[in-house]
Design a protein around this ligand. Structure first.
Ligand code: SAM
Length: 297
């Protein structure tokens, strides 16, 4: 079994587990290869491990096979409430959202997540029908520009969309490498070799569209007050500003509403980020931002 993803801010995440409960019920909403769950399982009586991608779920199951207290669920995290035992609803003590995709997806999945990938433009995490191929080859120029703008915050989204649509007139764009090549050659020469590759945000935008990532996150947040116990905590780890903004706005608006299911109070006033040492040891951790909230009333 080849594990490629290093869990981000593991010690910090675990330190936020509340220690006032006797029978600890935990949800790992984004199991991945099970890096965080390996420790969560040791510190919980019951752990629900949610993962939408069947392939990575199998890897995690093998890795964690010695823990008998884990319930594996192949679903999206907006469905937590439909998949935990009824008596656990309102009694969950800790939930972790380690958002986005795993290094596994970039390095091993061969689904076109990475722009050096010769594999076909797929990008599905699972439990969805649309592929990256469909978005790139079938969306209208306007719809494609909207995806690039809304999910990649790309300023020249209309121009890039026009370039993609022109390229596909000659031949369907089938692989991640082909898409990368089109974006690279549509970018001004002086911007081709900047600190991030010019295709990075395009790939992020297409992936978010294919997997409907932001809408699913918004739906998941709605149910959190119902799922958590009073004094229960939720940790959100996000890797780009679109996700972090959704979490931040939700926590702000929840504070103001008179939600009878519970109100969240921030545990950390400021965002927590990885230490320099962690970033050095595990560079993909560099963009992580953590927000922690506790259900108080
Ligand atoms: C950053 S990785 C988690 C890594 C994990 N904490 C570890 O240390 O191994 C995020 C995982 O969440 C999964 N995922 C993404 N969106 C999801 C969703 N809506 N519902 C459930 N799982 C999701 C991805 O497939 C990926 O495996």
């Amino acid at each position: 079994m080849n594990i490629v993803h290093t869990p981000v801010m593991l010690n910090e995440v675990i330190s936020f587990m509340p220690n006032t409960f006797e029978n600890i019920i935990t949800v790992d909403a984004t199991l991945g290869e099970g890096g965080h769950s390996e420790v969560l399982a040791q510190k919980s009586n019951t752990l629900y491990a949610i993962e939408r991608d069947k392939e990575i779920l199998t890897i995690a199951k093998n890795r964690l096979s010695k823990y008998s207290n884990i319930n594996y669920i192949n679903t999206t995290y907006d469905k937590i409430i439909d998949n935990i035992k009824e008596e656990h609803i309102g009694h969950v003590n800790f939930i972790l959202f380690d958002l986005g995709v795993s290094l596994f997806h970039f390095k091993s999945a061969n689904r076109g997540f990475s722009f050096n990938d010769e594999s076909s433009l797929d990008m599905r995490l699972g439990l969805n029908d649309k592929t990256a191929f469909d978005v790139i080859n079938k969306y209208s120029e306007k719809d494609l520009a909207n995806v690039l703008y809304n999910y990649g915050e790309i300023k020249n989204s209309r121009y890039l969309s026009e370039c993609i649509v022109n390229a596909r007139k000659t031949k369907e764009i089938s692989t991640a490498k082909e898409l990368e090549n089109i974006i690279f050659h549509s970018t001004k020469k002086e911007k081709r070799y900047g600190s991030i590759h010019p295709a990075t945000l395009v790939f992020q935008a297409i992936r978010i569209e294919v997997n409907d990532e932001l809408n699913i996150l918004k739906k998941a947040l709605e149910n959190l007050p119902k799922i958590l116990d009073f004094g229960g905590r939720v940790v959100f780890m996000s890797y780009h500003s679109l996700e972090d903004r959704i979490v931040k706005q939700y926590l702000k608006s929840n504070e103001k509403t008179k939600n009878s299911d519970g109100i969240f109070k921030l545990v950390n006033k400021h965002i927590i980020t990885p230490s320099e040492a962690e970033i050095k040891n595990n560079p993909p951790s560099r963009s992580a931002k953590v927000r922690v909230a506790e259900k108080v009333v």
